[in-house]
Design a protein around this ligand. Structure first.
Ligand SMILES: Nc1ncnc2c1ncn2[C@@H]1O[C@H](COP(=O)(O)OP(=O)(O)OP(=O)(O)O)[C@@H](O)[C@H]1O
Ligand SMILES: [Mg+2]
Length: 347
């Protein structure tokens, strides 16, 4: 299950509309890459192309060095799990999972024994004999996962498989995915529009926007070092303060913050995560700001601050602090970045 998947300059047009533009992405063996993007960004189209359910207009899909151009879907060794599980309702749970082994000519006993191993992995062995038309949504999705894994695919593609589950069931599925990765080490592409899901499950995130990959990198890099404002917005970083760069320091009405090296002097946005800022005494920071709003989220509090006298919403920041910070609206405070360096983007 641990193959290497490459998309090489994949484009796809429907009629005159190009929905994927020159997508290049490599998924290393046993890694999980999340394709994160809004509805219509082209996520499913890319998975369908990998699975052989759709063809690229140009470019190629390569698995372990083999170009899959012209290889029929069922011979690719690529399994796709959809948002809707699409089980055979007239078959039992175990026979759904045994289906592809039966199709490959295995005896019923061998195919069922093989299927049971995967049902144990997804913790559904107890329901093996139940009709698959009588399962909860979470159980159905476990069966769909077991069925995909039982095919022993080279690559596992997951197209928003957990999006219709409630948050508790989703967390259960996340821990199940950990078990599956520990046991079988499959190479996974996970499509999702949920940045939390991408961050929890994947090793790296590829942000897809209108058919283009804006950035692909480790989860922490996407959160803390977005390449552009668009990536920052899609990852929910939220703070993007306009200002100017000079000698590696970002200057804005909110103060002076050192940023990463290598950027040209000139206009730039300071992108800084809400939890990467600390509230300190008014005289201790690079600038004094006013607290303009406080919103308790239970275990955390969101504190909105603006530069003194600022009317521009662009010159406000949101800071997430643990617990109750014990401050009030109108109070003057200072700000400090938690890990000394900020991150600036110029577009
Ligand atoms: N068979 C088709 N014919 C024409 N246009 C299509 C076809 N399939 C997809 N598209 C278009 O391609 C674009 C990308 O669709 P795709 O299904 O890949 O998006 P997605 O990122 O998976 O969205 P969602 O999150 O809603 O599932 C959309 O604009 C869609 O309308
Ligand atoms: Mg889709």
């Amino acid at each position: 299950m641990s193959s290497r998947l490459e998309f090489n300059t994949i484009s796809r047009s429907y009629g005159d509309t190009e929905v994927l533009h020159q997508i290049s992405l490599t998924v290393q063996p046993s890694r999980c890459v999340a394709l994160l993007g809004a509805s219509g960004s082209g996520k499913s189209t890319l998975l369908r192309i990998a699975a052989g359910l759709d063809e690229p207009s140009s470019g190629e899909v390569v698995v372990d060095g083999e170009n899959l151009d012209g290889v029929p879907s069922e011979q690719r060794g690529v399994a796709l799990v959809f948002q809707k599980p699409l089980l055979f309702p007239h078959l039992s749970v175990v026979d759904n999972v045994a289906f592809s082994a039966r199709m490959a000519g295995q005896s019923r006993k061998v195919a069922r024994d093989h299927a049971m191993a995967y049902l144990k992995l997804v913790k559904l062995a107890d329901l093996a004999q139940r009709s698959s038309g009588r399962l909860s949504g979470g159980q159905e999705q476990r069966v769909a996962l077991a069925r995909a894994l039982a095919r022993n695919p080279r690559i596992l593609l997951l197209d928003e498989p957990f999006s219709s589950l409630d948050s508790r069931l989703r967390d259960e599925m996340y821990s199940l995915m950990d078990d599956i990765r520990a046991e079988l080490a499959p190479t996974i592409v996970l499509v999702t529009h949920d940045r939390r899901e991408a961050s929890v499950l994947a090793d790296s995130i590829a942000v897809l926007d209108s058919g283009r990959i804006l950035q692909h990198g480790p989860v922490a890099q996407l959160h803390y070092q977005p390449a552009t404002l668009s990536v920052n917005r899609i990852l929910g970083g939220l703070n993007a303060v306009p200002g100017n760069l000079a000698d590696g320091v970002h200057h804005s009405a909110l103060g002076r913050f050192p940023v990463q090296p290598g950027l040209r002097d000139g206009p730039a946005f300071l992108t800084v995560r809400q939890e990467a800022i600390r509230i300190i005494g008014p005289a201790d920071g690079p600038a004094t700001v006013t607290v303009t709003g406080i919103k308790s989220l239970g275990a955390h509090t969101l504190v909105h601050v603006a530069s003194l006298g600022s009317r521009s919403s662009a010159e406000t920041l949101t800071v997430e602090v643990p617990g109750d910070p014990g401050i009030r609206i109108g109070q003057h405070v200072g700000l400090q970045l938690v890990n000394t360096t900020g991150w600036a983007v110029t577009q």
